[in-house]
Design a protein around this ligand. Structure first.
Ligand SMILES: *Cc1c(COP(=O)(O)O)cnc(C)c1O
Length: 389
């Protein structure tokens, strides 16, 4: 990357925290000779399940595929509808369309960028089959209210927890990690933009042994016998293919890296919380800037720190001013319904999506990652205050 200004160190939007520990871990499966969906994947699943507090965890190739398997597991079929938000990475809505189903978009609440539970009831139709709730950029959504509405209508709730590893929600008076089953299934991403990365990767957690069994056959071509069972068998076993499945495997090389990343996660979450609190202090005095709010029942992992610019500000101009000072930012999370891949007829909404659109048009995401220094942060805050004021 070329330095836009000599002497000014570029500050990226994010950077995974990886070092010799991950590199060493990747050697293990390579030396062992079992490099996909083997013992490292099994160990990673067990350790991830223990970390979030879930009875079952099933590793897959990425979160988009995890969402696909989750929707299929709860029975989403062609012609069905799934209630979700447009204001999310496009994979959320696209996973619904993988099933031949139609996303039905509910607007967000401006303070948390998450689904407004009050919008769900109006969105329900006779074709509604499930609710797909997103914990956007790691901020837990109002899951208790979402679950209550869904339960009244007998709808399963899937969590798009792509960004939310290490985030917590207050549940029955105790802090619980996202991924401990509150709904039917939670899906995580290990893309480098998230707190724990395996390059690419994903995980499904659930309390249901039946769902977990479906994920395991679904990720492996619908095969009746897992490789691990054939490998350990003393007698010859022939597999069968009772249904069409997918190749959604995570490799053992990725899982070995993931196990190291999981060990670092508590430190990563703690650091991000300190940095987010510091951004809050540094930016508190900037007039008209709306800072992200943690409801009293939510603890974010601060996967991103998004600020809403004052009305008079031009989003692109502010981003350019920061870029000119070597600071990378991103505009607010996208809205799927505004993309060419989502023409009318491919989605529905029960009301306006104005808060979703405003969040995309008026927010920017600031650099936030484990190795961001306080001096970097001071530079970001100073540049932002200068370009907003
Ligand atoms: C990153 C992300 C995904 C997709 O995850 P992949 O692992 O890249 O497939 C889905 N939903 C949300 C909200 C995300 O942020």
């Amino acid at each position: 990357m070329s330095d836009p200004r000599p002497g000014l160190k570029p500050i990226p939007i994010t950077r995974p925290w990886m070092d010799e520990r991950e590199a060493e871990a990747a050697r293990r499966p390579i030396a062992r000779g079992w490099v996909t969906q083997g013992p490292e994947v099994a160990a990673f699943e067990g350790e991830f399940a223990a970390y979030v507090g879930a009875p079952h965890a099933c590793a897959v190739s990425n979160c988009t595929n995890a969402l696909h398997l989750a929707l299929l597991a709860v029975g989403v079929s062609p012609g069905d509808e799934v209630i979700t938000v447009s204001h999310s990475f496009i994979a959320t809505a696209s996973s619904i369309r993988y099933c031949g189903a139609t996303p039905v978009f509910v607007d967000i609440e401006p303070g948390t960028f998450n689904m407004d539970p009050a919008g769900i009831e109006k969105a329900i139709s006779p074709r509604t089959r499930a609710v797909l709730a997103v914990h956007q950029v790691g901020m837990p959504c109002d899951f208790e209210r979402i679950l209550a509405v869904a339960a009244r209508h007998g709808l399963p709730v899937i969590e798009d927890a792509a960004c939310a590893v290490g985030s917590e929600i207050l549940w029955d008076g105790a802090w619980q990690r996202i991924g401990r089953p509150h709904g039917a299934i939670a899906c995580f991403s290990f893309h480098p933009r998230k707190l724990l990365t395996t390059g690419d990767g994903g995980m499904l957690t659930t309390a249901s042994a039946a769902y977990d069994a479906k994920f395991r056959t679904g990720r492996q071509h619908g095969m009746s016998v897992p490789d691990t069972v054939r490998h350990a068998a003393a007698r010859v076993i022939f597999e069968a293919y009772p249904e069409v499945g997918f190749n959604y495997r995570l490799t053992d090389i990725q899982a070995a890296v993931g196990r190291e990343q999981l060990k670092k996660l508590p430190e990563v979450v703690a650091r991000r919380r300190r940095l987010a609190a510091r951004y809050r202090e540094l930016l508190a005095g900037v007039e008209g800037l709306l800072l992200p709010a943690e409801p009293e029942w939510a603890r974010s992992n601060w996967q991103s720190f998004g600020v809403r610019l004052p009305a008079h500000c031009n989003q692109a101009a502010v981003m350019q001013a920061l870029l000119d000072q070597g600071i990378a930012t991103r505009r607010g999370i996208m809205c799927a319904h505004r993309e060419a891949a989502y023409p009318p007829g491919t989605w529905r909404s029960a009301g306006p999506l104005s808060e979703s659109e405003a969040a995309q048009d008026r927010s920017i995401l600031l650099p936030l990652f484990h190795e961001l220094t306080e001096a970097d942060q001071d530079r970001v805050a100073h540049a932002l205050a200068g370009s907003v004021g």
